[in-house]
Structures are given as structure tokens and as C-alpha cells.
Design a protein around this ligand. Structure first.
Ligand code: ADP
Ligand code: ASP
Ligand code: MG
Length: 452
């Protein structure tokens, strides 16, 4: 049976009926990130934890990422072979990372006396569109997983990958995509909870690798989590949070290295829970600070300052399938009738976007393009920002006191973002975290991972 769970279309109705309701056991999906299965010891540690849950009577589906920094290493390897790898072959290469960890984890679980079977994304019924490198889930058909569970097995699924029925090719979901695999399976199997196991104790008010005094958040609304993830907090894949909210999947983010309770991401619209309890009504409520090093800044220099030119530039970028983030248009340089337009986009999409822009240079009539990957973006996330002028004043004062020069600014009701030089980003994050009184007395534990 096929369960249509559409990732992309807003407002689509959840179709999360269980494939079989043969049992009243709890069904849990547990996702383990790369740092949790970085080596043989890690794989055995995870296997023991999974077996414990199985022995306690739960039905357990495990989604696993590639070991340690395998995905980055495979990308480096491809880069040494060619600077223009075909997208299809890139997905064949990258999907191998999760195949290694899933099989090793299944072996370790079998060794510990429980029975496990591993499945690739396509075997597990993760059906995607055909866009290599950033495929979106269009259907989940987990009948093989359901059958494995019914037979008493633990099912291990390779995260981050799927298959297109249109092209019959293997696809990957984009960096960090195993989180989304886990939530999509949890929705399709009607799981009771989706646990995201990682190398920190949950979602913090900032990345604990950058801000050791960051505070753990016990419960966070999906709106706040969406904004943090969208602003670069890589603790959760953005699409995983969107998916969990749409299909009502409770998410528990926690460490695979401790038994500590982690952070619950609450899917309901009414679950507005914030980090600062007891604040007076109508005070701005800050959720946290996110940062992002994955974007580059493009400046299109000397654009004719007449209607239609911005539209032409962004059409070219859209046709190159790039996701634009911040946009700034400078005032027209006096007397020249020309202006500069700057925007940010993911570094991984930079080369294609630049090639497309260069190809359109004569038609659009701009003078040149500047491209800078040495930038970082910092975002302060919280409710009620726009209606509290004091927030911006405090924000910019803190950056100024820390000697941080700002390149670009954008704001919304719940976010202030700035772009700085990449080397200043960590200092900027710490300065803002401190300025908004988010620092805690305790030092956050980072159990593993390289931060890559
Ligand atoms: P995994 O390999 O388990 O998927 P990731 O590296 O993708 O792990 O995500 C976990 C990392 O996210 C943490 O080690 C931490 O450095 C980083 N991170 C960024 N922002 C936050 C945040 N607000 N709270 C917790 N961790 C964060
Ligand atoms: N292994 C993939 C990555 O490193 C997917 C994931 O870990 O979620 O991006
Ligand atoms: Mg991750």
C-alpha cells in the first residue's frame, strides 16, 4: 500500500494511517546522526540502545546517517576527481555513506541478540522527485518496513536517500536530510514519536560549540524551531521540522551519548512555549541565536537602474534552481543611473548561479559580478521584535561594542539577521547571546562530532 505523504504542497492533508494496526505496541522512529555512529564503538553503543528499546517492548525503526564525516569525505574525494561531477553520480556516491552505516548497525544489533534488517531508502519506500542533490519526498510506501516489524525485526533505514519513480534513479535529499527521512517514516508508519539522537543534549539557545554557555531549551514550538532551522541552526534539517509540523509528529531531540531528556519540538499551533518563563506580557521573547556559514554573497555591479532589471536577475537565478536568501539593493550611484544588487545564496549553488548570470550579462546590461564565500550570517529569533524598537537598538549596540562590521541586514516580525565577515561570526554570536541575557551558568556538553 502506498501512503501519499506530500512534502512540498502546503496545506496538503496528512495521510498517516498505519499500514497495519495489528498491535498496540509503541512504535518509535529513532534517528542517529553521523557523530553517533562515527566508529565501530559508536555503532555498538547505538546498537545496545536500540536493542534495549526493542527488549522493552517497542517496535523500533532506526534511521541512520553516514558514519562521522563520511559525506564530507566523499564530497572531497569527488572534488579530487572532477570539478563537474554529474549530479546522478554524486547521488550514487553520497548514498553509499548511509548504506555502510545501516549494514554495520544491523550486524551489531544481530550480534547483541536481536534481529535487525537494513533497508536502503528505495527499499524503505522513500519516493522522491528526480532532482538530484535536493530531492523532495513525494510519497512514502513503507510496506517492507511494516512487514519487517510485524515479523519482530528491528528495521534500519538509510537516511538522506530515496528513489524517483519518474527517472528510476537514486536521489539524495540535501545535507542533513536524514532528519527528514526519519520524520517522513514516522508520519507514514503513524509512529508515537520520532527521536532525533545527536551529539548534544537537545536544542540550545545557540550552537553550544560556539557558545558554551548556551541554555538547553526543554520545549520549543515548531514555529520557533522552524525559524531557528531556517536561519542555519543545523541541529535539525529545516524540512524535517516542516514535515513534523504538517503531519503532527512529536519530535524529541536528544543525545545518543547520555540518557538525558532532550528538547521536545511541539507540533501544534497552540504549543507556544518559550525559553524565558515569567516574562511580562507583551515583552519580546527571544528564542535563540542561529548562525550560518553555508551561504555566499553575490553582488551584481552596475545594474541599469530601470524597472525590470531586478526581475531579470532573479529570474536567471530561479532558472538555475538557486534559493536566494537576503537581498539588498544599493541606492543608485549619483549620476550614473546604475546600482548594485547584492544577495546571498547557498555556497553549493554558487557556481551554477554565477555561470547563469554571466551568460545573461549582455542581455541584462550589468557591469560585473563579485562573489564572496567568506561571509557568515547571524540571526536573532524571537517573538515581538518589530513592535519593540529596543530589540534592534540592543542588537546593533552589542555588535558595535564587539567591533563587528555589518555587511547586510534583514528583519522580520520574528527575526533580525546580519551578514558579517566569516572570521567575526563566532564573536558576533557570543556578543548577541550575552546581550540578550541568554547565557546560562552551566556549560553545555558537546559529546562528539567535529563540527564540520
Ligand atoms: P547529526 O550528525 O547528529 O545530524 P548535526 O551536526 O547535523 O548532527 O547537528 C548537531 C549539531 O548542531 C551540534 O553538534 C551543534 O554543533 C549544532 N547546532 C547548531 N545550532 C544548535 C542549537 N541551537 N542547539 C544545539 N545544537 C546546535
Ligand atoms: N549524511 C548526510 C549529510 O552528512 C545526511 C545526514 O547526515 O543527515 O548531510
Ligand atoms: Mg544533522
Amino acid at each position: 500500500m502506498s501512503l501519499p505523504t506530500t512534502e512540498v504542497q502546503p496545506g496538503s492533508q496528512p495521510q498517516t494511517l498505519p499500514v497495519s494496526a495489528a498491535t498496540t505496541k509503541h512504535l518509535v522512529v529513532k534517528k542517529f546522526g553521523g557523530s553517533s555512529v562515527a566508529d565501530a564503538e559508536g555503532i555498538k553503543r547505538v546498537a545496545r540502545r536500540v536493542v534495549d528499546a526493542h527488549n522493552a517492548g517497542d517496535e523500533v525503526v532506526v534511521v541512520v546517517s553516514a558514519m562521522g564525516d563520511t559525506t564530507d569525505e566523499l564530497l572531497d574525494l569527488a572534488g579530487q576527481v572532477t570539478d563537474s561531477a554529474p549530479a546522478r553520480e554524486m547521488d550514487m556516491l553520497l548514498s553509499a555513506g548511509e548504506r555502510i552505516s545501516m549494514a554495520l548497525l544491523a550486524m551489531a544489533i544481530n550480534k547483541f541478540g536481536a534481529s535487525a534488517q537494513s533497508f536502503t531508502g528505495s527499499q524503505a519506500g522513500m519516493i522522491t522527485d528526480g532532482i538530484h542533490g535536493k530531492a523532495r519526498i513525494i510519497d512514502v510506501d513503507p510496506h517492507r518496513i511494516r512487514t519487517a516489524l510485524d515479523k519482530g525485526h528491528i528495521a534500519i533505514v538509510a537516511g538522506f536517500q530515496g528513489m524517483s519513480r519518474t527517472t528510476n534513479e537514486i536521489t539524495t535529499l540535501g545535507r542533513g536530510g536524514s532528519d527528514t527521512t526519519a520524520v517522513a517514516l514516522a508520519a507514514a508508519l503513524d509512529a508515537d514519536v520520532c527521536e532525533i539522537f545527536t551529539d548534544v543534549d537537545g536544542v540550545y539557545t545557540a550552537d553550544p560549540r560556539v557558545v558554551p554557555s548556551a541554555r538547553k531549551i526543554d520545549r520549543i514550538s515548531s514555529e520557533e524551531m522552524l525559524e531557528l532551522a531556517a536561519s542555519g541552526a543545523k541541529i535539525l534539517h529545516l524540512r524535517c521540522v516542516e514535515y513534523a509540523r504538517r503531519f503532527g509528529v512529536p519530535l524529541h531531540v536528544r543525545s545518543s551519548f547520555s540518557q538525558n531528556e532532550g528538547t521536545w519540538v511541539l507540533p501544534g499551533a497552540d504549543d507556544k512555549i518559550t525559553t524565558q518563563e515569567g516574562v511580562a506580557l507583551e515583552q519580546p521573547i527571544i528564542s535563540g541565536v542561529a548562525h550560518d556559514r553555508s551561504e555566499a554573497k553575490v553582488t551584481v555591479v552596475g545594474v541599469p537602474d530601470i524597472p525590470g532589471k531586478a526581475a531579470a536577475i532573479f529570474q536567471v537565478i530561479a532558472d538555475a534552481h538557486s534559493n536566494i536568501d537576503m537581498i539588498v539593493q544599493n541606492v543608485s550611484t549619483h549620476g550614473t543611473g546604475r546600482t548594485d544588487i547584492s544577495f546571498t545564496l547557498p555556497i553549493v549553488e554558487g557556481a551554477e548561479a554565477l555561470a547563469a548570470l554571466h551568460a545573461a550579462q549582455d542581455r541584462i546590461g550589468f557591469e560585473s559580478i563579485e562573489y564572496n564565500e567568506k561571509i557568515g550570517k547571524l540571526s536573532l529569533i524571537g517573538a515581538g521584535m518589530r513592535s519593540h524598537p529596543g530589540v534592534s537598538a540592543r542588537f546593533f549596540a552589542a555588535l558595535s561594542e564587539a567591533g563587528i562590521n555589518i555587511n547586510m541586514i534583514s528583519t522580520s516580525e520574528i527575526r533580525i539577521s546580519v551578514v558579517t565577515h566569516a572570521d567575526l561570526l563566532d564573536d558576533a554570536v557570543r556578543a548577541i547571546h550575552r546581550a540578550f541575557d541568554l547565557d546560562s551558568e552551566d556549560e553545555a556538553t558537546v559529546y562528539g562530532g567535529t563540527g564540520r
